[in-house]
Design a protein around this ligand. Sequence first.
Ligand code: PGA
Length: 241
Amino acid sequence: MRKVIIAGNWKMFKTQAEAQEFLKGFVTQLEETPEDREIVLCVPFTDLDIMSKSLHGSRVRLGAQNVHWEESGAYTGEISAPMLTEIGVRFVVVGHSERRQYFGETDETVNLRLKAAQSHGLTPILCVGETKEQRDAGQTESHIFSQLEKDLVGVDQDNLVIAYEPIWAIGTGDTCESKEANRVIRLIRSQLTNPDVTIQYGGSVKPENIDEIMAQTEIDGALVGGASLQPDSFAKIVNYK
Ligand code: PGA
């Protein structure tokens, strides 16, 4: 059975005070949310501890936005898996296109991070997706297959979430047609050894398009950036029809 997982990715937004303000408005809107939907908030490192305490006993799971592959060491600016699990983090975004684009993340480091996360019991959310140029050149499939092949070496597919995020759709308001996202996600699934991996769509997901996205047969959830920052809009997304 494929699990439905809706995750917010706050990126570099929200101080602790703002994060707590968000929760006040958000958790009260989950009373009618079907039990079989997993809700995750992937927040900045500085918000994790206070969010973990505030979310204790709630159904919202906590996620980080990156993890290093070593348990400790001289890696200035990095955070390790034991540091995350100690404070109750369950999920971690790995290989987001912004990490690949601005911070030199490669398929090799993505692979190391995925394996480290899993070995400490974290569930990684692996992001893959093509640029506009790759799409226009007809390289969407070959690019994503290459990412999957390299990123997933030695990775346990029983504890994995994948997010298909076409880069041209991230933060642009230009959502990928839901049928096209469904087609690409079917292709991604065809490359996996475990057909039950949850595969999300990400890229300009909002309350206005979530119903159509979630109505697609292959799409098991969403990774939501901008629209996860406001309690009302993220609540509308997790409460999709
Ligand atoms: P967006 O971001 O929803 O703001 O397009 C999605 C993401 O980067 O995960």
